[in-house]
Ligand binder design. Structure first.
Ligand SMILES: [Fe+2]
Ligand SMILES: [Fe+2]
Length: 300
């Protein structure tokens, strides 16, 4: 549960947030979806209704793009979750607005691609969006520290998932689009990772606990999406996102970047959490092996 200490920690990292936000602004180049979307492929749906035979990319690639789009569609809920925790904290409020503005382009771009290229059933896509957003979403993070840890992992996971989905399409336009979106997620990831790193330096015990909690219960947002499980398994088998990728590309890198192994001068409780965190990747790799065996995939 969020305590006074969690909110004091937000204030304590204020200067770091400002610095990270300035770095983000100078690093990220804005891009324009209208320059990438293949408008020349667009046709009138009333005169020429959608039919699956019009699709140009594989079913797995289509599932991946649709699920990734529905994840982006949930932006109002991500925004409100962060907003509810940062309160009047000026720097983080400013960040949340900037981040929301940048994120907003992802769904616009991806939906424009799918509708012009006819690589999704437009009726199903809209019904799924409505169902997903009507259900609402909350990550389950209980404190602002947990929210920033969760978002760090989610940005990195989304970066990897978008990039792999783009590769799977075998369509240069989709590839370029997903690479652009993925680059944005990487910039966001760097910001959130930096905030958590500053929190770790300031209050290691609280932050380590939040990292352990969030990594242990991490899930991509999506359970409320229609047919989520079937779609997530399809993406996992296609190598877009699965437990092995989560282990190799998200969990191991974040623990390394945060220097968990090298933290010293910790309280006894913080040391216990540190040990659990360092053991966590092994446990995750074991789960990945079980999934690979069940799904008939080769274990690397
Ligand atoms: Fe995004
Ligand atoms: Fe992002």
């Amino acid at each position: 549960m969020a305590t006074e200490e969690h909110y004091e920690l937000l204030d304590a990292v204020n200067d770091d947030v400002r610095k990270l936000m300035d770095e983000h602004k100078s690093r990220r180049e804005h891009w324009y979806a209208h320059e990438i979307v293949p408008w020349e492929r667009g046709r009138n749906y009333r005169q020429d209704p959608w039919d699956e035979s019009q699709c140009t990319i594989s079913p797995e690639a289509r599932t991946s793009l649709v699920l990734n789009l529905l994840t982006e569609d949930n932006l109002p809920y991500y925004h409100s979750e962060i907003e509810s925790h940062v309160g009047d904290h000026a720097a983080l409020k400013e960040w949340n607005h900037l981040w929301t503005a940048e994120e907003g382009q992802h769904a616009i771009a991806l939906r424009s691609y799918l509708l012009t290229s006819r690589n999704a059933d437009p009726v199903e896509l809209e019904n799924d969006r409505l169902a997903t957003m009507t259900a609402g979403y909350h990550s389950g993070a209980t404190s602002p520290v947990n929210v920033f840890v969760y978002t760090t992992a989610q940005e990195l996971a989304t970066r990897v998932s978008h990039r792999n989905a783009g590769k799977l399409t075998d369509d240069p336009v989709a590839y370029e689009l997903m690479s652009r979106i993925s680059a944005d997620e990487n910039h966001h990831f760097m910001f959130y990772r930096g905030v958590v790193k500053a929190m770790l330096a300031e209050a290691p015990e609280i932050t380590l606990q939040a990292i352990l909690d969030e990594l242990e219960r991490f899930q991509m947002p999506g359970v409320a999406m229609p047919n989520f499980l079937r779609r997530a398994v399809e993406m996992a088998k296609a190598g877009v996102y699965n437990l092995r990728i989560h282990h190799d590309r998200v969990v191991v890198p974040v623990l390394r970047d945060w220097g968990i192994e090298r933290l010293d001068g910790l309280s006894v409780k913080a040391q216990e959490i540190q040990e659990k965190l360092l053991a966590f990747p092994t446990e995750l790799a074991r789960k990945a092996e079980i999934f690979e065996r069940r799904a008939g995939l080769a274990t690397p």
